[in-house]
Design a protein. Structure first.
Length: 170
């Protein structure tokens, strides 16, 4: 018998057996009638009203649960918050005492080259590619110096110096 035909035959038999079992199980479940448990009018049950078929420790646990809070048992399926408790935010006065700081440099180094004896650096700034040289101004940043594997910037609104590692010239 061809391996392809053999495989199809085995899969067909497995499918037939599965369908027969599903039909047989669903027929048995249709005959069973499930009655809902009677509800207490207030929704609160005392341990004496509940029949427990297990050990006395289960009754003790039930007593402990019913004594919590206002005596109403908590919903076991209620959503729970698993996040860490939030840290209190700094007060406005504490935030006002900190001096403003320049944002992190928004540049990424793409490469560098030497042109007319001066080092130029290819930078990515957002979605733009820029060739930067010492003395250039890029939006709120001025390129002060390039050399020694570093590129020095000044953030003009706060006149704050920042450096970017560009690596040594090859």
């Amino acid at each position: 018998m061809n391996p392809q035909k053999r495989r199809q035959l085995i899969l067909g038999i497995a499918l037939s057996v599965t369908l027969a079992l599903v039909f047989w199980v669903s027929r048995d479940q249709a005959e069973a009638v499930v009655q809902p448990a009677p509800r207490h009018p207030s929704g609160v049950y005392k341990s004496s009203q509940i029949k427990v078929a297990s050990s006395a420790s289960a009754v003790e646990k039930l007593h402990a649960l019913s004594r919590r809070g206002s005596g109403v048992m908590a919903d076991a399926l209620a959503p729970a918050n698993w996040l860490a408790t939030p840290v209190p935010a700094q007060s406005a006065s504490a935030a006002a005492m900190l001096p403003p700081q320049a944002p992190a440099l928004p540049f990424q180094v793409l490469g560098k080259y030497i042109e007319d004896g001066k080092l130029a650096v290819f930078l990515q700034y957002g979605e733009r590619n820029i060739v930067a040289r010492a003395g250039d101004t890029i939006d709120d940043y001025r390129v002060d110096q390039i050399g020694g594997g570093l590129m020095a910037f000044t953030y003009l609104p706060l006149n704050e110096k920042q450096t970017l590692v560009i690596g040594e010239v090859n």
